[in-house]
Design a protein around this ligand. Structure first.
Ligand SMILES: N[C@@H](CCC(=O)N[C@@H](CS)C(=O)NCC(=O)O)C(=O)O
Length: 209
């Protein structure tokens, strides 16, 4: 499919969902335009944006005439429309590993609320928070570390044999703690560092269009 691709993201580059969609496009080696949306100025409330995208949130993808919101839907669409081997895969080839990757993605989007509130992504992309975690935040951090430790083998750089998009999502969530200086087991810290070194993530950090 040769139609042009445009990804709408938040103009501050702090949306985790926008980052995951951006990384997916980069990992697929696709050319795409980036359209920053100023959420503070409520640009996403403009009729032009709201009428085009079902949810009125970023990220949103336009592929030719086709418009799509929701990061997980965007990632799965890219995997379907730009399959391997022409484009590197975003998910493991094995059905059970693929299901496990999606399990992690769904979990990270629906749990750990206290951690996500007390360690917003600005602690990664801007500056750390001086506030200690509340009891609920600590419990969420402990759960995240427990689950991640059960998934990531000692010294492993990826969840499965090869990188998949769930790695970027898990690494960002762990980085809410690592970047803030909160205690995280060394094994997980090294996993985050390995994931953060990927060119696709670095491209997001450099705000490359
Ligand atoms: N479930 C959505 C969440 C997207 C989302 O919450 N985006 C935020 C930025 S992080 C947004 O657009 N907020 C503006 C608003 O809700 O008014 C996804 O995975 O894409």
């Amino acid at each position: 499919m040769n139609a042009s691709l445009t990804l709408y993201i938040d103009s501050n580059y702090v949306s985790p969902y926008a980052m995951w969609a951006f990384v997916a496009l980069r990992e697929k080696r696709l050319s795409f335009a980036v359209q920053p949306v100023d959420l503070a100025a409520r640009q996403h409330h403009d009729a032009a944006f709201g009428n085009r995208f079902l949810t009125g949130k970023v990220p949103a993808l336009v592929h030719g005439e086709f418009a799509l919101a929701e990061s997980s839907a965007i990632i799965e669409y890219l995997e379907d429309v730009f399959p391997a081997p022409a484009h590197p895969p975003l998910y493991p080839a094995d059905a059970q590993q693929r299901a496990r990757a999606r399990q992690i993605q769904a979990w990270l989007r629906s749990d750990l609320m206290a951690l996500r509130e007390e360690r917003p992504t600005t602690v990664i992309f801007r500056e750390p928070s001086p506030k200690p975690l509340s009891e609920a935040g600590r419990a969420a951090a402990d759960k995240l570390a427990r689950v991640a430790a059960s998934l990531i083998a000692e010294g492993a750089g990826n969840l499965f044999d090869d990188w998949c998009i769930a790695d970027t999502e898990l690494a960002l969530t762990l980085n809410r703690l690592v970047a803030n200086g909160d205690p995280v087991p060394e094994n997980l810290r090294r996993y985050v560092q390995a994931q953060w070194a990927r060119p696709s993530v670095q491209s997001w950090l450099r705000r490359e269009a």
